[in-house]
Design a protein around this ligand. Structure first.
Ligand code: MG
Length: 297
């Protein structure tokens, strides 16, 4: 569940769980139940808060309405803090685990349809054999994207979030446990397409990469500043379409840098392969730097 936008609770069902029969006492099933249970706790909290608020209205008509509303609001804010606090604890655990194994985790975020999966496929084809790669795919439904990644030659695991609009650190830790990425590998995490809620959820990644396609507006960084402020790299994707569009790359860069002066940027096209070598070089340079930093700890 995302308390911020109230978009409904995430089921966080990973395909390995879906594929296995739910045998009582089986470790996999227990792990799946744990996750469902924590979601249940969240929704129960929320229902509880709502119930109290509702009762104020029904049975206490003389109760000051403004006051009741404030209490409800602060309760919702507290639930939101609890959810993000829990997520941050899971993210810290993921980060410690990735650090210990020298796994470079990259969290890819964007609107739906920006071309994240196509770009990953091209990047995997380019880097395959150079260093070990693995992918966690987040979507509300289907395992289509994980299938495309596997066809490109990298191990992948799909997380279906159901109604959930973002991956959270608990889901990612669970999926990473199933993937068992090789030490020293790069783990791509393709988040659910959404520029709002995933900005709030640290997954334990080393870097956050925001993908913005040229079929979107140059003003996206201004409209969704949290996502661009919390990312380290922006990929301007579908660059092959630029001759057909009014999209102004310079203005897009200016907007993004106004939000985040430290943001690195690359222009890429999965169709023509433009910028894929540069993105691969960025990954290799950061993987090498990351491995050196981890070795020093
Ligand atoms: Mg995708």
């Amino acid at each position: 569940m995302c308390a911020v936008c109230g978009c409904g609770k995430g089921e966080g069902r990973i395909e390995a769980d879906a594929a296995k029969p739910d045998r009582a006492g089986n470790g996999q099933a227990a792990a799946g139940r744990d996750h469902g249970h924590s979601d249940h706790d969240h929704s129960h909290d929320r229902g509880h808060a709502h119930h109290h608020h509702h009762r104020d209205h029904d049975h206490d008509r003389h109760h000051d309405h403004g006051h009741g509303h404030d209490a409800g609001q602060s309760r919702i804010v507290q639930i939101e803090k609890d959810i993000l606090g829990k997520n941050n604890a899971y993210a810290a655990a993921n980060r410690a685990r990735f650090n210990a194994a020298g796994i470079l985790a990259l969290n890819l975020v964007s609107s739906p349809g920006s071309g994240k999966t196509s770009l990953l496929v091209k990047t995997i084809e380019y880097l395959r054999g150079e260093l070990p790669l693995a992918v966690i795919e987040g979507d509300q439904q289907t395992s289509t994207d994980a299938d495309r990644i596997r066809a490109a030659g990298a191990p992948a695991i799909q997380i279906n979030t159901g109604k959930g609009c973002h991956l959270d650190a608990h889901m990612v830790g669970h999926a990473a446990g199933h993937l068992k990425s090789a030490p020293g590998s790069v783990l791509f995490i393709e988040n659910v397409g959404n520029l709002v809620c995933p900005a709030l959820f640290d997954l334990g990644e080393a870097y956050r990469i925001v993908v913005l396609s040229v079929t979107e507006g140059e003003d996206k960084p201004l409209k969704y500043p949290d996502m661009f402020a919390s990312s380290q790299l922006m990929l301007i994707s579908k660059a092959d379409l630029l001759p057909h569009l009014d999209f102004d790359v310079g203005r897009c860069l200016a907007n993004a840098l106004r939000i985040n002066p430290n943001l690195q940027t690359l222009t890429v096209s999965a169709r023509t392969g433009e910028g894929v070598a540069a993105f691969a070089a960025w990954i290799e340079a950061n993987a090498a730097g990351y491995a050196a930093a981890v070795a020093q700890d």
